[in-house]
Design a protein around this ligand. Structure first.
Ligand code: ADP
Length: 161
């Protein structure tokens, strides 16, 4: 059984992430979307809020999908849940340098786990959580970039700050 883990911050999930998830469930037997709990970052949404937003967004996607959270080394978590593949998305050439370094380091840490990159559709490839938050903060319309419940959460949160 081919089990892939799709790790990330997902602060919040965007249509770009969802594009990658939809492609992944067609390739792998099981996909775990794993939200990284990183104490060094100050996210807009808590871990449980991010997990909940993803769960809601993937309700109709596939039964072969789990949403989880993890701390610490990704390769250790991947091994714990028996995932053989780390899945990442590639947008522009600018993603490449960091992703290249990350995949080689993860390979060094655990040579049994392979990193696989997928490219999203051209209609969402320019999306990032950071850009979406910035647009929402400046009062722009994010309807086309995130699921409806995420848009509502963004509006609610950005009114608070
Ligand atoms: P991280 O902090 O780990 O980069 P993100 O939530 O920003 O977490 O991204 C998680 C993964 O999803 C990364 O591999 C990123 O390249 C990918 N990704 C994010 N947005 C897109 C997009 N619009 N198209 C393709 N891949 C994307």
């Amino acid at each position: 059984m081919k089990h892939a883990i799709y790790p990330g911050s997902f602060d919040p999930i965007t249509n770009g992430h969802l594009d990658i998830i939809e492609r992944a469930v067609k390739i792998f037997d099981h996909v775990t979307v794993a939200v990284l709990s990183n104490p060094q970052k100050t996210p807009l949404f808590s871990i449980s809020e991010r997990v909940e937003m993803i769960q809601k967004a993937v309700l109709k996607t596939s039964s072969d999908l789990t949403v989880d959270q993890f701390q610490g080394l990704l390769v250790d978590y991947a091994e714990k849940i028996n995932a053989q593949v780390i899945l990442r998305g590639l947008r522009a050439v600018s993603d490449f340098e960091f992703e290249f370094q990350l995949s080689l380091m993860n390979r060094r840490l655990n040579p049994n786990i392979q990193t696989v990159y997928l490219m999203s559709g051209s209609d969402v490839t320019y999306l990032s959580s950071g850009l979406v938050k910035e647009i929402a903060r400046l009062g722009g319309d994010v309807t086309d970039f995130v699921p409806r419940h995420v848009k509502a959460k963004l509006q609610e949160r950005l009114v608070d700050v």
